[in-house]
Design a protein around this ligand. Sequence first.
Ligand SMILES: *Cc1c(COP(=O)(O)O)cnc(C)c1O
Length: 441
Amino acid sequence: MPQRGFTTRQVHDRGQARAHSARALPIYLTAGFSFSEYDDAAAHFGEGIGYAYTRIANPTIDAVEKALAALEGGSQAILLASGQAATTVALLSLVSAGQHIVLSDHIYEGTRGLVIDVLDRFGITADFVTDIHDPQAWERAIRPETRALFAESVSNASNRLLDIPAISEVAHTHGIPLVIDNTFTTPYLLRPLELGADVVVHSASKFLSGQGHVLGGAIVDSGRFDPATGSLFPQFTSPGRRGTPSALDRAGGDARVAYARDVVAPRFGPTISPLNAFFIGQGIETLSLRVQRQSQNALDVARWLEEQPEVASVDYIGLPSHPDYELGRRDLSAGHGSVFSITLAGGAEAARRHIEAAEVFTHMTHLGDVRSLVLHPASTSHVLLTPSEQERVGVFPGTLRLSVGIEDVADLIADLRASLDAAGVPAAPATRQVEVDALQV
Ligand SMILES: *Cc1c(COP(=O)(O)O)cnc(C)c1O
């Protein structure tokens, strides 16, 4: 055979990829996979056998999905490009035009924006529950067309913990799922599916990856889809085009996640890079060690902050002063997490001076990193809320959000001391009003 041209050799002359026994997760950084036999292609498209294209499935991504499903006590997971992608795919799998979602008011602003600014335009409406601890408040918000309840396990900024068993019961009496964003607690501290929730979503950009280098997101499903609720979700029970079997016929209790994986995620296309999936897989291997250390650091820092005259209040669920402390003792057995808020007596100006003086705490909008971070929510993450809406979720002019890292705690306290010295104590303290009562209105 004559020698092939340079350009042909440039793309073809290499060893075939072979499976070896790498102990670390191999990174299949490939858009697609070659079919070994002619019939393998049809078998893939027909029965989903084997790998064909990374937007549909990829061995590196699969391995991390299996790890996450196991840690959450779920049946299957879908790893996606970001936490926002996970929330979007989870909700769009459940809710159709003309239908409705009930969400906690204590919610990540990206989720609030998705619902208010985007889904609303497609005819999906939403209501927000402020008193998230009152099952009746959730019950009252549910309508015949409601198809999901959505809340965070522990929320920003006031560290409210959802009573997952109680609220999942409300959801189940209506045949609809409770979806929990478990970003703040991670499966190491809390496993919502074991407490009755049906679907978990994550921003894997935070604690799961742990080092602030990649974005990722995940959906984890309980696998407990009840066929008796099938009439509420015809997308799971109806056959596909040309009579292909429904998600329920193909996957049974996994109908919900099968529909999200096979129909919604690949059509919207927020596929995670296999390289980023690898980093998240690496992060997960040290999750418990990091979260343990971060929780212990956070508790030490929060206790110390509570004693400082410059600090009007500390909203940390690990402190007996927090309204959900007892609920936390019931549901959070291994620690209380490391993201919480403090409110400075000196208000917005004190917050600015505090952040400008910080050296060990990095000023940035992220959380769950091994490094400690600080942010002023009123002028950043919560800026689209009115001042009274901000107060309702625990954001005041002097509020700072801390994400405590793994550093030596003495260095964190020394850095906070220097920041508080810069912030100062005002002549007339306490800009912050009642915290718990304000949340109930
Ligand atoms: C960051 C975050 C998200 C969004 O995740 P991305 O990975 O940034 O898209 C969703 N929920 C919570 C609680 C978050 O902190």
